[in-house]
Design a protein around this ligand. Sequence first.
Ligand SMILES: CC(C)(COP(=O)(O)OP(=O)(O)OC[C@H]1O[C@@H](n2cnc3c(N)ncnc32)[C@H](O)[C@@H]1OP(=O)(O)O)[C@@H](O)C(=O)NCCC(=O)NCCS
Length: 158
Amino acid sequence: MITPMSEPPVAIRAMSHEDLPEVSDIERRSYEFPWSHGVFRDCLLAGYQCIVLEREELVAGYSILSVAAGEAHILNLCIDPTHRAHGYGELLLDAILGVARDADVEEVFLEVRPSNETAMALYRKKGFHQIANRPKYYQSQHGREDAAVFSKKLGNDY
Ligand SMILES: CC(C)(COP(=O)(O)OP(=O)(O)OC[C@H]1O[C@@H](n2cnc3c(N)ncnc32)[C@H](O)[C@@H]1OP(=O)(O)O)[C@@H](O)C(=O)NCCC(=O)NCCS
């Protein structure tokens, strides 16, 4: 168990198929263009590293990591809108980086919308640096939006 300041205890554990209704519900309430239930199911079936953050026995966040050839990609990291700004996003990111380190990953990558200032701030705080820009990567209400590509080399610094 991990306990952030003055909050109920939370636990981080592997995601299971039984979690998918709660995960999908958080996803729908969090993103303008959410992943479908089927995408999460495929991530589990593909053997991606999928974890959830549980608070008072309910899923309050999740993250998904794909690992290949010494590199990892954070494909999703999300906290329930009703539980944001309590340190849980940082806890979840620390946990998924721990999963990457356990898999002997040397470098972790992710894409983020440049308009997503909250996520950009979180990743920078945790030692990620922008290494590239992928033009027109994301669907948006006004055509396409670029992605900022971030990376972090894993050492013993987290
Ligand atoms: C990004 C996200 C995971 C952050 O989770 P969170 O639990 O609210 O974040 P935390 O409380 O752990 O905050 C950690 C850091 O994130 C940044 N942050 C959090 N909320 C912020 C806000 N409203 N504005 C700017 N930065 C913010 C800060 O750097 C913060 O560190 P600090 O408290 O020392 O300033 C959450 O906002 C979320 O789920 N967003 C929707 C999904 C998403 O966009 N995921 C990322 C896709 S790439």
